[in-house]
Write a protein that binds this ligand. Structure first.
Ligand code: SAH
Length: 345
């Protein structure tokens, strides 16, 4: 099988050309086509001689993602079914609002976690996405945003399929390309990685001094409840998570955001509110209340508006910033937790 040319770094590319008796600056030109222009094929590389393009075609492939299907929601949200080189599918979503256009990106095919309220968890994890597949989703959605909304994307969230931190190396490499001048040059301040809370890897990111934002899917600050709705979290206890978040803040000085859904009969009581407040007070943080999007699990339904208002009231009383994330793209199964490679007609 031919190697994907994008697995070579700029340095690798330059030395490849040198060792094949070509000037090393060609490496830079090819790198520019691959990352700045997001080329699908060597034929696009018009400042490279035809002979050299043939030589490259014989040696390498470019496994660029392809959009297999596009679905548009009544609220403007666009869901893309993205086909990978091995025919597997993931989904990425473009979410336009008045002030922002956000790209919601997948990090794995399926997911190895078992959050009971999330449709992706039913797909099981098939494989990790490569750095270039992560990059391609962003560059593709960026073009789409310019095409449909006349503006580039303003934000990127890793809240699509998969657990980004369980694909750590590729995630970091993908983000490097997204943020670097040779790539898309998007500021890391506009990127948020959402994790279900894998403490060890939160500590690692803090040590590596990453510049993007961190969101943690908390959903309950009571261990017993969290273990029930997110069974894998038995291996990732809340006290360790709390320590990891403190460590993160001390190193990066960035507040984490806790993502939190309030469900009927699960966490819609004062005991849960108090536990959340206590958890938040451990280190500077904010809470993002997410509207629950229905999946097929009858165990979960959104709490009443009154209960959600109680959360907001108590959090604000305790000076913890709280925002509400409205659901977008629900009619096409493009909202949080609904990505399951399904098509709604
Ligand atoms: N694995 C990562 C990122 C993917 S999920 C994580 O767990 O954070 C992105 C967000 O959507 C998470 O906060 C997740 O808890 C939330 N989510 C999952 N299912 C949902 C649903 N049915 N309705 C609303 N949000 C959901």
């Amino acid at each position: 099988m031919k190697k994907d040319v994008r697995s070579l770094s700029l340095k690798d590319l330059c030395s490849f050309f040198e060792s094949n008796n070509y000037p090393s600056y060609i490496g830079k030109q090819v790198h520019h086509w691959l990352w700045k222009k997001s080329s699908f094929s060597f034929d696009e590389m018009t400042n490279i001689s035809l002979e050299l393009r043939d030589f490259l075609k014989n040696k390498f492939v470019i496994n660029h993602i392809k959009i297999d299907k596009i679905q548009k929601s009544n609220d403007g949200t666009i869901k893309n079914a993205v086909k990978l080189f091995d025919n597997l599918l993931v989904e990425s979503v473009l979410i336009p609002t008045e002030k922002r256009t956000t790209a919601c990106i997948s990090s794995q095919v399926g997911c190895s976690l078992d959050c009971d309220f999330c449709a992706t968890s039913k797909l099981k994890r098939i494989r990790n996405l490569n750095p270039d597949e992560i990059f391609d989703q962003v560059s593709t959605i960026n073009l789409q945003s310019k095409l449909y909304f006349n503006r580039p994307i303003s934000n990127i969230v890793f809240m699509g399929m998969g657990e980004p931190l369980l694909n750590y190396n590729n995630l970091i490499l993908g983000i490097e390309k997204i943020t670097s001048k040779e790539g898309l040059g998007i500021s890391p301040k506009r990127i948020t990685v959402s994790t279900s809370g894998i403490s060890k890897l939160i500590v690692r990111m803090a040590d590596e001094n990453v510049k993007f934002n961190l969101a943690i899917s908390l959903h309950s600050a009571i261990e017993k409840t969290r273990n029930k709705i997110m069974p894998f979290s038995i291996k990732f206890p809340l006290n360790e998570l709390k320590e990891a978040v403190k460590y993160w803040y001390n190193k990066t000085r960035k507040k984490v955001t806790y993502e939190y859904i309030v469900w009927n009969g699960i966490n819609d009581n004062l005991k849960h509110i108090k536990a959340l407040i206590e958890f938040c007070k451990a280190s500077p943080s904010k809470v993002n209340l997410i509207q629950y999007n229905n999946t097929e699990n009858p165990f979960f339904s959104s709490a009443s508006e009154k209960k959600i208002q109680e959360y907001i009231f108590e959090l604000e009383e305790n000076k913890i910033p709280v925002t509400i994330r409205k659901s977008r793209g629900k009619d096409i199964d493009a909202a949080c937790g609904q990505l399951a490679n399904r098509e709604i007609n």
